[in-house]
Design a binder for this molecule. Structure first.
Ligand code: ADP
Ligand code: MG
Length: 340
């Protein structure tokens, strides 16, 4: 008799969850992406014990009906793509249909959601692949609120790999700040243990988010730069060489409004600074690349933060040139006053 068995959904989800949900910050990232895809204009993130005990993300987006609220937690359930060809033209932040299933597989999740044309919302609580409460009607404002509790309660090995509350929380701060920079038109509010740690107004543009993030004095000194070619358009806020830090925490990269990681593009920026930087110092910058999504593959890893660009060399050269030009400008004066 054969020995192979098809594993249960619960186990399959738990294994797959490992790739999507590494730590509390990855939950926050996925939930924020969902809120943005749902056209939210305000997103509130509340965290307790670095998100290990509890985190919640609340938005004022389009919400879900009862059927979708249940289906949203199934693996490969998504409203964002249907056909394989859609993968080449992804306009949403999510598309893999696995984040909610993955989060529910390794935590206790409650969902409250209401569409604006409905008189009441829907509540449900889910653990693993099982609904433990609801779906049932509740009073709720339009939008969606997802609460994630006791992350990795059923995967103790994962839990063991989490760092201190402070470290886990600082990763959440980074995720929220990158999201806020990517979408200055959306108001973000992040609190830890009931204390507001970061907020953006959703009204002031990139400059006011950078001021919230770096402090108004530091932000005032940034240089604005832009450059375009047939394949892409690049805009950036660049710190002066004397503002460089000894860590890389303030190097922000975005592709079509998605926070990304890409070593070549970071190196292209560094090349533009060249010898203006002291050894061991890293520039502060926020760089926004916009290009036809067909030229950028974001489906390399479940995190969707690594990207492969088909014109990477061209883009890199453009970036280096732009940074060099901006810094060689004789009038190295701040380009804008911070008003907020
Ligand atoms: P994906 O984002 O890749 O589609 P997810 O598991 O993150 O997969 O979400 C599954 C589906 O649940 C989404 O496609 C969307 O239809 C719905 N959904 C999730 N979060 C929200 C939200 N905050 N507001 C409205 N709908 C949501
Ligand atoms: Mg998603």
């Amino acid at each position: 008799m054969g020995v192979i068995q098809v594993m249960s959904d619960a186990l399959a989800n738990q294994i797959a969850a490992g790739e999507v949900v590494e730590r509390p910050a990855s939950c926050v990232k996925e939930l924020i992406e969902n809120s943005l895809d749902a056209k939210a204009k305000r997103i509130k993130i509340e965290v307790e014990e670095g998100g290990i005990r509890r985190l919640s993300v609340e938005d004022d987006g389009v919400g879900m009906d009862e059927q979708d609220a249940v289906l949203a937690f199934s693996r490969h359930a998504t409203s964002k793509i249907i056909h394989a060809r859609d993968l080449t033209r992804i306009q949403t932040l999510g598309f893999r249909g696995e984040a909610l299933a993955a989060i529910a597989a390794v935590s206790k999740v409650s969902l409250t959601t209401r569409q604006s044309d409905q008189t009441h919302g829907i509540f449900l609580r889910i653990e693993g692949t099982s609904i433990t409460d609801g779906p049932k009607p509740v009073g709720a404002p339009p939008g969606t609120r997802i609460v994630v509790e006791d992350l990795f309660y059923n995967t103790p090995v994962r839990l063991k790999y989490l760092r201190s509350v402070q470290t886990e929380f600082s990763r959440i701060v980074d995720v929220v700040q990158r999201a806020a920079l990517s979408r200055p038109d959306v108001a973000f509010l992040l609190s830890h243990e009931g204390r507001v740690v970061f907020q953006s107004s959703g009204r002031g543009g990139q400059r006011s988010v950078l001021a919230a993030l770096l402090g108004p004095v530091e932000a005032t000194q940034l240089l604005e730069a832009s450059q375009s070619s047939v394949t892409c358009q690049v805009t950036a806020w660049l710190g002066l060489p004397q503002q460089a830090r000894s860590n890389r925490n303030h190097a922000y990269l975005f592709l079509n409004h998605r926070p990304i990681r890409n070593l070549s593009l970071h190196q292209a920026v560094a090349a533009g600074y060249g010898t203006r930087l002291m050894v061991g110092k890293h520039p502060i910058y926020a760089l926004f690349v916009d290009m036809d999504p067909i030229l950028a593959d974001v489906n390399i890893h479940p995190h969707k933060s690594e990207v492969r660009l088909s014109e990477e060399r061209d883009v890199s050269q453009l970036i280096t040139r732009m940074v060099e030009n901006a810094l060689s400008d004789k009038h190295l004066v701040p380009k804008w006053p911070v008003t907020s």
